[in-house]
Design a protein. Structure first.
Length: 623
């Protein structure tokens, strides 16, 4: 078995069988309907005026079919009457035909009005949902983004924002058709109530079939969310500017395509089996429905032949029956797709029910943030495990980051340096132990205020596809219009030398994603990202390998400036270059997430421990 097929077999084994027992019980499906009131409330809030207009037009539309059938009946009876009376006047028939014409035009106008309002309301709703989605995602914790179950929820919610507008039209059309049905049912019941029963017999099998297949289809799509996400990822990786370079160099195209084909083919086959069965059963149920209609038709014809009803009534009744059958079929099958839509809605709401844990809560009194920080940060036996990982990324970490000191973190790849920085900025909370700021747990401060006081530039900083000025301004987005501040941050981080060379200066779009964008070298991007740290008036600055891509001269200059510009501020530096590290007041060495030693460059060299060993190793490389 190849590596790929083994991995695939593992995935398939984990997934509930879509063609086996349904993933969701009937009770769950019915209970999903409880999401509809909340959904309708959201639609109403999107635009009460559009929603009201929509309901008004639909109510009018609901009454039209019965009115049109009734006019048609009058026309026929009048025609037959006129045919039997030689020399009779045409006037009544012209009036009736004119009325039917008017109703037809009115119906068309109403139909277009409803479609227009649906589309406007749907667009507004989709926009509003996307905004809510982004707002909510912005409040969630970083570790929630690193969890694949969360990602599946996010993915389903994202897909929902657009397709829910379809559900909206369906729910409204459902209400409209039910009202039309009631009007028609009154006429039919007055003639013979048994016809209503016959109608149900003709339609119910189709409804049951539809609901069954809808549920299967939902289970299939639901259980395939991770793979569909992978398919999107493969499609994106196989054809995007960001990956093109490595895909080409390593000849990965075939590998990606093979994986894509395998996954997409399996989904296609599963889905095909389902739709083929659905089509077969659908045809059978449609035949039962047609049988019911023709039985009723025969009965009504017999009544007309016996002279119990007029020809006009015959048309009215058979028209009502045919119309009701289509309506009822539509209502019932729409009911199951509304129920299905409500299931998807559950995913949408599930995402919004996810709550961040790192928030300001009422059960802990919030301390005002110290300005300035007096003592500093104390790590007390801090340990952290990433979600879903049994390994400790850091453990038993105890040390002090004094106020105003420059602390460098040294350790091999994977030692836990970035994790430590994420704990310091409360992107995560420790799994054990605690971090104190001026003697109080970090959790006693407002996380938003804490983050305002911390400026972090990560090694994998984001290359925003925005203008050069905006790329700096993201460090303090409230100041995006403050050109003086942006330019001074650029000067401090040496980004000004990069921006000066750009044809559009600060307005120049950078990155290649959009038209007119200019790409930068790794070091140039880094200088710009570094400028973000200077945009902030943070008391604690953290630079996680901020100079890795800089040349030796630029790095030296950056750190000279950094030392000057952060006078009196607390700073944490992560670097693999000892020439940089030695500039710090103290150096903390960690290994496999554990504390090894701490002290100044000279102290650590004198101690002859791990630091001096690593230092000697790097120095040897330069000799
Ligand atoms: N999001 C994550 N989920 C699970 N494990 C993670 C995650 N990020 C890091 N780790 C693990 O935690 C440990 C510490 O990683 P960390 O990124 O803190 O190391 P680092 O010292 O910054 O490394 P480097 O010098 O390579 O940047 C590593 O074993 C890593 O595999």
């Amino acid at each position: 078995m190849s590596w790929l097929s083994k991995k695939f077999a593992k995935i398939s084994a984990k997934r509930p069988r879509p063609d086996g027992k349904p993933a969701l019980s009937v009770r769950e499906r019915v209970s999903a309907l409880k999401n509809l009131p909340e959904f309708l409330r959201l639609i109403w809030e999107t635009s009460p005026s559009l929603a009201l207009a929509n309901i008004g037009l639909r109510l009018l539309r609901a009454a039209l079919p019965v009115a049109m059938l009734y006019v048609a009946r009058l026309i026929l009876d009048t025609v037959i009457g006129l045919a039997r009376t030689p020399g009779a006047s045409f006037t009544p028939i012209i009036g009736l035909v004119g009325l039917e014409f008017g109703l037809a035009i009115f119906s068309d106008v109403l139909g277009r009005g409803v479609a227009l309002l649906d589309s406007l309301l749907g667009d507004l709703f989709a926009n509003r949902s996307s905004v809510r989605l982004m707002e909510h995602a912005g409040q969630l914790d970083l570790d929630q983004f690193e969890d694949s179950v969360f990602y599946d929820k996010l993915e389903r919610a994202r897909r929902q924002t657009l397709s829910r507008t379809v559900l909206m039209s369906q729910v409204l059309s459902q209400a409209q058709d039910i009202i039309t049905m009631l009007f028609l049912a009154v006429g039919l019941a007055a003639f013979n109530p048994w016809l209503l029963l016959l109608l149900l017999v003709a339609v119910v099998p189709a409804f049951l079939g539809e609901s069954h297949f809808n549920e299967r289809s939902y289970s299939l799509v639901h259980s395939w969310t991770p793979e569909r996400r992978e398919l999107d990822y493969l499609r994106q990786t196989g054809a995007s500017d960001e990956t093109a370079k490595e895909v080409k160099i390593f000849g990965l195209s075939g590998f990606l395509i093979e994986r894509f084909k395998m996954l997409s083919d399996e989904f296609y086959q599963k889905n095909k089996a389902l739709v083929v069965r659905r089509a077969g059963w659908g045809a059978l149920f449609a035949a039962i429905g047609a049988g019911g209609y023709y039985a009723a038709y025969l009965y009504i014809i017999a009544q007309a032949i016996r002279g119990h009803i007029s020809i006009g009534q015959l048309t009215f009744l058979s028209g009502s029956f045919a119309r009701m059958r289509t309506l009822l079929e539509g209502i019932l099958s729409r009911f199951s797709s509304v129920a299905e839509g409500a299931l998807y809605l559950q995913d949408f709401f599930d995402f919004f029910h996810l709550q961040p844990r790192i928030v300001r809560t009422d059960d802990r009194p919030v301390r005002p943030f110290p300005r300035p920080i007096q003592q500093g940060f104390v790590f007390e036996n801090v340990g952290f495990q990433y979600r879903g990982s049994s390994k400790w990324a850091v453990r038993n970490l105890s040390f002090t980051l004094r106020a105003g000191e420059k602390l460098a973190l040294v350790g091999e790849n994977g030692a836990g340096k970035t994790t430590l920085v994420k704990l310091l900025s409360r992107l995560y909370d420790p799994s054990e132990g605690r971090i104190l700021l001026d003697g109080h747990d970090l959790r006693d401060y407002d996380p938003a205020e804490l983050r305002q006081e911390i400026g972090v530039i990560f090694q994998d900083f984001v290359r925003f596809q925005l203008s050069a000025g905006q790329n700096l301004a993201v460090g303090r987005i409230e100041e995006k219009e403050n050109t003086d501040r942006i330019q001074s941050a650029a000067a401090q981080s040496l980004a000004d030398t990069v921006i000066r060379k750009l044809p559009g200066g600060y307005e120049q779009m950078i990155g290649r994603r959009f038209a007119g964008g200019v790409d930068l070298s790794g070091g140039e991007w880094q200088k710009i990202a570094l400028g973000r740290a200077y945009m902030r008036e943070a008391q604690l600055l953290i630079l996680d390998e901020p100079t890795a891509a800089l040349d030796a001269r630029a790095e030296h200059e950056v750190f000279q400036r950094f030392a000057d510009l952060t006078q009196g501020k607390t700073a944490v530096l992560i670097s693999h270059r000892f020439s940089t590290v030695r500039m710090a007041d103290r150096i903390l060495v960690i290994e496999n997430g554990q504390f090894v030693e701490i002290g100044s460059h000279e102290e650590l060299l004198a101690r002859n421990g791990r630091y001096s060993e690593l230092f000697a190793l790097q120095a040897a490389g330069y000799r």
